[in-house]
Design a protein around this ligand. Structure first.
Ligand code: EPU
Length: 365
């Protein structure tokens, strides 16, 4: 049986169809049809009964999407729950996590169990099933470092597949799933986590210092994964707005990658420009720095404004009323201001959803 399945479009103000509380940017959005899945078999049943020409759109935690005011697609919401140990040795544990598990709760659970690796990815909003789509990454760790496989349903052919990490074609905030939207519905994610409490990655920004303080409070000479997790939670809380209090969808732009030559010529004008060397003579530039230098930290075009502590995050000051059009206005203003000053094109990170459920253009300008 398909829970919450409602096909009567006359009920458009039913909370089942109102997705304004189902996206962390809190954009106004009414959908024609929403199907909530609590078991994989419900997807088989639903897909067997549906007309294949109807557009489908997969909505997970809603933390990296920009929804349209009217969404004329069948919205599939994977909410399957469960965490299972699939293999265990002294050195590692393998777990399989259902798509509907909250990501941050999963991170806390794994660290509590003594299974390590995901601690640097604490406090990232969203559900586990969406994590591979964007290859979520923070503080030196990306999902692909610990993910082994996904189980996913291929919507066009109505078949289930197991994809290895290599099959997922991960890149910086990128994957096969992101490049082929509305094609795959991820239902399970497999991880291999380690059990060595002395192995941590804490060399990013303030993480080492804050984690060391936590360690000493607990009588540990050096930070354990738990200390790193708490440090990252603190740092994120200081810099990033809580979507429950100030709606946002995390980093709004990717950090652009430019040539070493362009970086050096910008550096001669702006000695403080923040960049990280990348392979093949390129440099990844901090988009938050560029936006701040363009004079747009804490501003934008109301009601969509950059966050006062992290210019890379756009926030919505009129939750459940602001629309995608408001986001586009602010986004274009910010991206063109940065382009005018630095000749660098910013690329939007969250997924732009069109009214028919298709995915919009990647580039912001
Ligand atoms: N910066 C500024 N002004 C700003 C923001 C940043 O000057 O308004 C400078 C910082 O001082 C720092 C540099 O830019 O020198 C980088 O800033 P930060 O460490 O905050 O990281 P980020 O590159 O802005 C990325 C991810 C974040 C992730 C952090 C930490 C992208 C697009 N974003 O941000 O991801 O939390 O690193 O690893 O890669 C998210 O996905 O929602 C997200 C927040």
């Amino acid at each position: 049986m398909i829970t919450d399945l409602c096909l009567d479009t006359s009920k458009q103000n039913d909370p089942l169809y109102d997705l304004s509380h189902a996206n962390t940017m809190a954009l106004a959005c009414l959908a024609d049809t929403v199907v909530t899945l609590t078991a994989e078999s419900q997807l088989d049943t639903f897909m067997a009964s549906t007309d294949s020409s109807q557009p489908l759109f997969v909505l997970s935690g809603g933390s990296n999407v920009l929804l349209p005011s009217k969404l004329h697609a069948i919205v599939l919401r994977p909410k399957m729950r469960g965490i299972t140990i699939t293999a265990q040795t002294q050195d590692y544990v393998e777990i399989e996590v259902m798509a509907g598990e909250n990501w941050h709760d999963l991170v806390i659970h794994t660290v509590d169990q003594g299974w390590y690796g995901l601690e640097n990815l604490a406090l990232i909003p969203g559900l586990t099933g969406a994590a591979p789509v964007q290859n979520i990454g923070a503080y030196g760790v990306q999902l692909e470092d610990y993910m082994q496989y996904v189980r996913a349903y291929h919507l066009p052919s109505k078949t289930w597949h197991q994809l290895t990490a290599a099959d997922c074609e991960f890149g910086y905030r990128d994957s096969l799933f992101k490049r082929t939207p509305n094609t795959w519905l991820i239902s399970r994610v497999g991880f291999r986590l380690h059990t060595d409490p002395t192995k941590v990655l804490a060399n990013y920004g303030d993480v080492q210092t804050v984690a060391q303080t936590y360690a000493e409070q607990q009588g540990r000479a050096l930070p354990a994964p738990r200390d790193v997790m708490h440090a990252i939670i603190d740092i994120r809380k200081q810099k990033l707005p809580d979507p429950q209090q100030l709606p946002n969808c995390g980093s709004f732009f990717q950090n652009p990658i430019i040539s070493q030559n362009q970086f050096e010529s910008l550096q001669s004008i702006y000695p403080n420009i923040v960049g990280y060397p990348m392979p093949t003579s390129t440099v990844k530039v901090a988009a938050g720095w560029l936006i701040e230098q363009a004079g747009l930290k804490g501003s934008g075009i109301e009601p969509i404004v950059t966050h006062k502590h992290q210019a890379l995050v756009l926030t919505n000051h009129t939750p459940y009323q602001a629309t995608q059009a408001d986001v586009a206005t602010a986004q274009n203003h910010i991206a063109s201001s940065v382009y005018d000053k630095f000749a660098i094109t910013l690329c939007r990170e969250p997924v732009w959803v069109n009214a028919d459920g298709t995915i919009g253009q990647e580039h912001a300008v």
